[in-house]
Design a protein around this ligand. Structure first.
Ligand code: PLP
Length: 384
């Protein structure tokens, strides 16, 4: 199959798998066991991994909390961040295009008496900063705005949000899950108070991520779970040494090879979109302007029904209707609705996402398969 769903999950890089295999077989002791040398060694592997991840993404070594992934990081930052805010701060701001792991975490706070406000985006899928600038922030506990949207690939104005949050003393969390493959990530200079990252979006294993906490954050999120005191008691539980090492290896590779890779992938993506346009001259990008994830091709076909098209492409091409995490939900995605995309246009949207192991031959094969599927949909026989 031709895999074009990198934004849902990336394949594990063989170099990551090799590092994990070795760790799993060798450093099996509990990294919290401080009574013997095998425990010390596992602990050392975990801390070296933490240092490598911090180094790759511009964080202080002590500012990274291992989590099970970005969903958990988002939940700790939003629920825990709001719960530890001063009592007069009872509002939570999120952008209208956040991932479910942010939307649902914020919604859960409504039951605790917080007011949840969704910030609008413009038609290019970018947060409307004028609306934010006009907001009074002294009663806001937490603002959460993502770095890069997982459906459209649109890069969000994180530094501007950070400046607003600083001015108003608001805890700023950024869901940076899709950022490492889209841009250089330098968390300290972004000015965020917290950020979530996930290993399986950067060629690492599933089930691990980090929550970054800046030294100068206005307060620390309250823990959601309680246990043996690991991870500064913010996220206790035995650390999975092989997953930590896998995530670290993946982070190192992204920081070393990312710049060249982004350039290569963007150029492949652009030729792929051009080839789709040859098949469907009316095809357009959902977010034609502004900064975008280099591997993202989120397109609106002029006629095809997207769900039917993806079904016709099985098992040859793996792409998606939008976010894997909301698929199964009937109706247009909240991201497209927030951008003002009509329901009819939304039903013709497909997200193709490319990455490290994509190449021109695969994309040519994918275009060919898409041509066949489109022809089938139009009820015409394929010319030989
Ligand atoms: N946030 C964004 C923007 C995502 O794309 C994803 C991916 O599914 C998540 C959060 C959830 O991350 P995880 O699968 O690590 O829980």
């Amino acid at each position: 199959a031709i895999y074009l769903d990198y934004q849902a999950a990336t394949p594990v890089d063989p170099r990551v798998a090799e590092a994990m295999r070795e760790t799993m077989l060798t450093d099996f002791a509990n990294p919290s066991s401080d009574d013997h040398a095998l425990g010390w060694k596992a602990h050392q592997r975990v801390e070296l991994a933490r240092a490598a991840i911090a180094d790759a993404f511009g964080a202080a070594w002590g500012g990274l909390i291992f989590t099970s992934g970005a969903t958990e990081g988002n939940n700790i930052a939003i629920l825990g961040g709001a719960r530890n805010a001063p009592p007069e701060r009872r509002r939570v701001l999120i952008s209208a295009i956040e991932h479910k792991a942010v939307l649902e975490a914020a919604s859960a706070l409504a039951a605790e008496g917080y007011d949840i406000e969704r910030l609008p985006v413009d038609t290019s899928g970018c947060l409307d900063l004028d609306v934010l600038e006009a907001l009074e922030g002294t009663t806001v506990a937490v603002i959460s705005v993502m770095a890069v949207n997982n459906e459209t690939g649109v890069v969000q104005p994180v530094r501007a949000v950070a400046q607003w949050a600083k001015r108003h003393g608001v805890f700023f969390h950024c869901d940076a899950t899709q950022a490492p493959l889209a841009m250089e990530v330098d968390l300290s200079s972004w000015g965020v108070d917290a950020a979530s990252l996930s290993s399986h979006k950067i060629y690492g294993p599933k089930g691990i991520g980090v929550l970054y906490l800046a030294d100068d954050r206005p307060w620390t999120p309250r823990p959601l779970t309680f246990g043996g005191g690991q991870e500064q008691s913010i996220r206790p539980g035995t650390l999975p040494t092989p997953l930590c090492v896998g995530f670290a290896t993946a982070s190192m590779l992204v920081s070393r090879e990312g710049a060249a890779e982004r350039e290569r992938v963007a150029s492949l993506r652009d030729s792929f979109v051009a080839s789709l346009r040859d098949l469907d001259p009316g095809l357009r990008l959902t977010a034609p302007s502004g900064d975008r994830h280099p591997g993202n091709a989120h397109v609106v076909f002029s006629r095809a029904d997207a769900a039917d098209l993806l079904a016709l492409l099985q098992p040859v091409v793996a792409a998606s209707l939008g976010s894997a995490c909301t698929s199964g939900v009937i109706g247009p995605s909240h991201v497209l609705t927030a951008m003002g995309v009509s329901d009819s246009d939304a039903s013709r949207c497909v997200r193709f996402s490319l990455g490290r192991f994509s190449d021109a031959a695969q994309l040519a094969e994918a275009s060919h398969a898409i041509a066949k599927a489109l022809n089938k949909q139009r009820g015409r026989a394929l010319p030989a």
